[in-house]
Design a protein around this ligand. Structure first.
Ligand code: MCN
Ligand code: CUN
Length: 799
């Protein structure tokens, strides 16, 4: 395995960079974790087998809204292989029937009074094996009194709507929160003097992260020492541990949360689900380990969905196409419990980045959250906390404006993009974008796709009655939450610890608070340390996903690992390097100031032959060398990195589609993506992240929706109904990049994990609408919806 930067291996990888990629540590290194994955030797939660382990299954509500009249568990309890049946009543006795959510609401662990969405957890059976547990939940007799459900966010706010959260004291409606950002008076003023105002309502439908591995846990409470070990599918082991301690009253040092290999998270594994809590309670009451793994339908129907944002947007501009203002009213459907995961101050996540990448005079947004009889969760699915919705809004509005003005959408964007000299740029909702050269990025994408020729081709095809479309999107993301003074989740500040220890033989171990779900942290974090210490990345072991073995931190989501924890890894390595300098000074009998660093060694200034490598220094640090006063032996350091600000990756995407006028089916012919995530650690991993995100975008734009019928039945509970894109639906991606380092990150990196999911849906939608000459139709643009739009009729709104 080498860490050298290989020459470009695909035509997509350009020969020249704005900044040359660094030769060691940073580079196109093969993933250290893959040898175990490609051999089927990954160790996932469901692979864990503990002696005496029992199996749990959840009984779920068939109704979207119903009162629970009685729960009879006697037949299930009589099942010979059943060890325990837990109901809401059992939990109420322990004070555990309700748990706090990440948004400071409460969520029923097991329903006691009412069920509030189809698939809600009602009872939990623990049995000798998985099949017996499943059989026994069928034996539980629950008497329900069905109530009217509300699945439409607008209806939920009507005066006559049934009150879903009557458990909350004094609650007489389904309103969750109101939140606004920007300056409404200034926005009104620019709208009043604008030549053109375009309005467009749009729905970003409810979708699902749908990770390959569903959610699950193995809970093991040791009845002797009172220590709970929880193996679980979590993206945030430390935050989960603290929450379990707070909720269950188990002392925090007696809880160990382990996230072993995770088969994809995509945001689905940020929150705490009732199943985890039930597994813990099951282990406490039986005195044996309990495993709970949900199946695919349970995952799709009851765990953290994403989006469900009803947006009424307006854009104001001059006749010449200078954008003046944007405003938007949003109705945010949060389902039955407000359990979205985002920093406390921001109930609408980072939606306030809806001014996008443009130089706009004024902007204002208002977001209203509502309860509906649908599964709770929200935000998740590679979203950067609602940046997905914000980017979709602005990128659709810009295309609507182009349509209104008869302008070319690329030219309109180019004319309004922020210019490089405007950075750092404070947008109209008060967020400071760190760095960027947007026009260069868009130009690169247009050149790569051959924009002008495509427009010519489109005109020729149109003349022949063929439907071809070209769609653009230019996005700016905000990733890397904190700093801790502005950002917390349930009071836990968003900063991340990191520990680095160099062993006597020069091999190192770095311990992280973040956790990979497939992003390749075992490789890229080794590369960061390798780069800073000048040792091979193979010599750096990355430890993560185990609260007993790693320092506290808030975990992986919102593409925060590289901006926050990656920064921590660099900082801690620099601390080690500084300490190594003192020790090298003692070894060479010179003052540390007389030493200069060249990769991997400290040498006497002007006499490079007189030097000590990190490995030599590590051995001496553990040996009998006389150290200066106040300097301790060994070579290690710890840090807690509190990011000064967020990082702002960006990109320009161009999608080319062909639409079949007879069937409305869409073929994505080409997709060009030019991303900028600042300094790049591992280009191969970045490309993998972008490929996955682009596929997500094509899926959401064309296929994916979690839908409901009028009775509140979820009609997308399997992969037969919830369609995911496969290799057949996506083109060979054409990638390129620019590199604009973040000025406040130790080595200039920004996040990349969600960029393509955030940026690609509007490019695909813009392309399809461009092909069919329709101003707007809501996602997913399935063949039937495209066909309806082509017939000129109203396209039925998805539910
Ligand atoms: N990277 C890099 N150079 C940069 C930035 C990132 O080489 N300048 C590398 C990182 O070192 C890391 C990967 O790219 O190995 C992603 O880094 P980052 O952008 O920091 O994102 P996170 O590691 O925090 O991952 C979270 C992000 C999110 S929030 C979702 S959702 C998502 C995504 O990652 N879930 C994923 N990508 C995923 N990819 C896989 N395979 N599985 C998931 O569940
Ligand atoms: Cu929003 S999905 Mo990712 O932040 O875990």
């Amino acid at each position: 395995m080498t860490a050298v930067d290989e020459p470009p291996v695909t035509p997509q990888e350009p020969a020249q960079e704005q900044q040359p990629e660094r030769p060691i540590g940073f580079g196109r290194m093969k993933r250290k974790e893959d040898p175990r994955f490609v051999r089927g030797k990954g160790r996932y939660v469901d692979d864990i087998q503990l002696p005496g382990m029992l199996h749990g299954a959840v009984l779920r509500s068939p109704f979207a809204h119903a009162r629970i009249l009685s729960v009879d568990t006697s037949a299930a309890e009589a099942h010979p292989r059943v060890k325990a049946v837990i109901t809401g009543e059992t939990l109420a006795g322990l004070g555990l029937a309700w748990m706090p959510t990440l948004s400071r609401d409460t969520q029923a662990v097991l329903a006691t009074d009412k069920v509030r969405f189809q698939g809600q957890e009602v009872a939990f059976v623990v049995a000798e094996d998985h099949y017996a547990a499943r059989d026994a939940i069928e034996l539980i007799d629950v008497e329900y009194e069905p109530l009217d459900p509300v699945v439409n966010a607008r209806h939920a706010l009507a005066a006559e709507a049934p009150v879903i959260r009557d458990d909350l004291e004094g609650r007489t409606d389904n309103h969750v929160f109101d939140w606004e950002a920007g300056d409404s008076a200034a926005t009104e003023e620019v709208f009043a003097r604008a030549d053109v105002v375009v309005e467009q309502t749009m729905l970003y439908p409810r979708v699902h992260p749908a990770p390959l591995e569903t959610c699950g846990a193995v809970a093991s409470m040791d009845p002797v020492d009172g220590k709970l070990t929880l193996y679980s599918t979590t993206q945030a082991p430390h935050a989960h541990r603290t929450l379990y301690a707070m909720v269950a009253g188990i002392p925090e040092h007696k809880i160990r949360v382990v996230a072993p290999d995770i088969g994809g998270g995509f945001g689905n594994k940020v929150g705490i689900y009732p199943g985890y809590v039930c597994a813990i309670v099951g282990s406490i009451v039986t005195g044996r380990p309990v495993k709970w793994m949900e199946d695919r339908s349970e995952n799709l129907m009851s765990t953290s969905f994403a989006r469900d944002y009803h947006m009424a947007g307006e854009i104001a501009a001059t006749r010449e196409g200078k954008i003046l203002g944007v405003r938007v009213e949003v109705l945010a459907d949060h389902g039955a419990f407000n359990s979205t995961a985002q920093p406390t101050k921001y109930p609408a996540g980072f939606f306030h980045i809806f001014t996008g990448s443009y130089d706009i005079e004024a902007a204002h947004c208002r977001v209203t959250g509502v309860y509906t009889n649908k599964a709770p969760g929200g935000v998740a699915y590679a979203c950067s906390f609602r940046v997905t919705e914000a980017v979709y809004l602005i990128e659709r509005l810009v295309d609507c404006l182009a349509d209104e003005l008869g302008a070319d959408p690329a030219e309109l964007r180019m004319r309004n993009l922020l210019r490089p000299e405007q950075f750092p740029y404070e947008n109209k909702t008060g967020w400071t974008y760190d760095s960027g050269d947007y026009p260069a990025c868009l130009r690169k994408a247009m050149d790569l796709v051959g924009y002008e020729e495509l427009r010519k081709e489109q005109n020729e095809r149109r003349a022949r009655g063929e439907l071809m479309g070209v769609g653009l999107s230019f996005f700016t993301e905000t990733v890397g939450a904190g700093p801790r003074k502005h950002m917390d989740i349930l009071g836990l500040g968003m900063a991340d610890g990191c520990e680095l220890r160099v062993h006597p033989t020069g091999k190192a171990v770095v311990r992280l608070s973040v956790q990979t779900q497939g992003q390749g942290h075992e490789t890229t974090f080794a590369q960061i340390v390798a780069e800073e210490l000048g040792i091979p990345p193979e010599d750096v072991d990355v430890v993560h996903g185990d609260t007993d073995r790693t320092p506290f931190g808030l975990g992986t989501y919102g593409s925060r690992s590289t901006p926050v924890s990656g920064a921590a890894a660099a900082v801690v390595a620099r601390k080690v390097r500084d300490k190594a300098r003192i020790i090298a000074g003692a070894m060479l009998e010179v003052a540390p100031d007389d030493l200069a660093w060249t990769k991997g060694r400290w040498s006497i200034k002007g006499d490079p032959a007189m030097s000590r490598t990190i490995q030599e220094i590590a051995l001496a640090a553990h040996g009998s060398l006389e150290l200066p006063d106040g300097v301790e032996g060994h070579l290690e350091a710890t840090t807690v990195y509190n990011p000064p600000s967020m990082t702002y990756p960006f990109g320009a995407y161009v999608c080319v589609v062909d639409v079949d006028p007879g069937t409305g089916s869409v073929k994505v012919r080409r997709f060009v993506a030019v991303d900028d995530c600042g300094t790049r650690i591992n280009p191969m991993i970045i490309e993998g992240q972008v490929h996955g995100g682009l596929a997500d975008g094509v899926g959401m734009a064309l296929m994916e929706i979690i839908g409901f019928d009028e009775d509140g039945n979820c009609v997308s509970g399997s992969f037969m109904d919830y369609l995911l894109p496969t290799a057949l639906e996506v083109p060979a991606w054409e990638l390129d990049h620019t590199v604009t380092p973040s000025p406040h990150h130790p080595f200039g990196a920004k996040g990349i994990g969600e960029s393509a999911t955030v940026g690609s849906p509007p490019a695909v939608v813009n392309a399809v609408l461009d092909a069919i000459g329709v101003r707007h139709a809501d996602m997913p643009l399935t063949p039937s919806r495209v066909w309806q739009a082509l017939q000129g009729g109203e396209v039925e709104a998805p539910q």
